[in-house]
Design a protein around this ligand. Sequence first.
Ligand code: HEC
Ligand SMILES: [Cu+2]
Length: 383
Amino acid sequence: MKIFAGKLSANTVISITLLSITSLLFLVGCNPEDPQSTFGDKGPIAKQQKDLFILIFWVAAFVFIAVEGVLIFLLFKYRYKDDKLPYQSHGNTKLEVIWTIIPAIILAVIAVPTIQVIWDQQNGVPDDMGEPLRVEAIGHQWWFEFRYPDLEIVTANELHIPTDRPVSIKLGSNDVIHSFWIPKLAGKLDMIPLNENYMWLMADEPGMYYGQCAEFCGVAHALMRFRAIAETEEDFDKWVDGMRTEPKPPITDSEKNGMQVFMGKCSMCHTKDSYSSGSYAREIKTQKSRWEIWLNDTENAPQVSAPNLTHFGLRNTIGAGIKEFSKENPENLINWIKDPSSIKIGNRMHKHASIYTNEENKLSAKEIQDVSNYLLSLKPNME
Ligand code: HEC
Ligand SMILES: [Cu+2]
């Protein structure tokens, strides 16, 4: 009985080479410069998690190389040579004790730091790190709402945070289970309806960090993203002051007309006045009532909870971080208002806003242009 024929066939060699090359291709995903790479950690929480991963990786690599090495060595040493039946043995107490103890030690090496990191991170911001900024993040199909309860600000899809100050985040969901993940700042945590989860994170340096819902939450799940914008304390305070300041009044005829369109066709879902007094409590109440209207008639409700658009002119993205726009390049914003489903299939604005569901309420090209100009003009009246 021949078990090993001696030479590897050409097909086997080709298959092994191809497999090795394609597996190497996956390593491209490890580039720390990529916007969503967990290897490019930019804060203490992400760093601690990455260091733990690296430790586990090397332990696993050691086990892999040791086991495969011994396997290959034995394959060659004891390969078929003559027709003699090899020596038959059964059980070896010494060996069995050794290969029970070694894995136990390896598991201990992994378990101790793992449990340490879990304990370190799950108890919230350590006391000696100073007063954290409190944020509430709420998942909606398919966008993120951000509330700052101490600052009485509500915004969406672009989370502003100061650098070098811990941010404590309360996670919740308005509908199904979502997951909150900013790979460069912290590992993911679920956002669960009727349940509160807590996490904290900190950014070491200013930057735009990409976030993503990491739980399959419906058709547009892959298009449910956000940005965390980390700024110096000074820039962050400026943003906060701006969010509490009235916007510049509309100047051009187009902006003025756009404001009329907004009041008539958009304001039943979108708030734009987080700066006015009492607006925080009001926004939480109206967001809830919009949500209940939707729950009552998920097919035809004319209202549904929607992103707060206060000072939209300061924003960079639409469709929950999917497309970028600016005053100079407003095409994506215009396309969103014209047909949001062309950017994000299945979104609730397209399904429920009367400008799409009722032919009579359809916006003309000029109205779309005007309302887009108006949104772009929404900036704090400061300088
Ligand atoms: C029926 C409620 C509803 C109406 C009416 C409505 N929207 Fe929306 N809007 C939404 C929802 C929900 C979203 C979030 C969609 C998503 O990303 O999944 C949204 C998203 C947006 C966004 C992108 C915000 C972001 O941060 O990604 C803009 C801009 C916007 N709407 C503008 C408008 C304008 C302009 C009008 C009026 C012409 C309007 N909306 C009318 C519900 C509505
Ligand atoms: Cu989601």
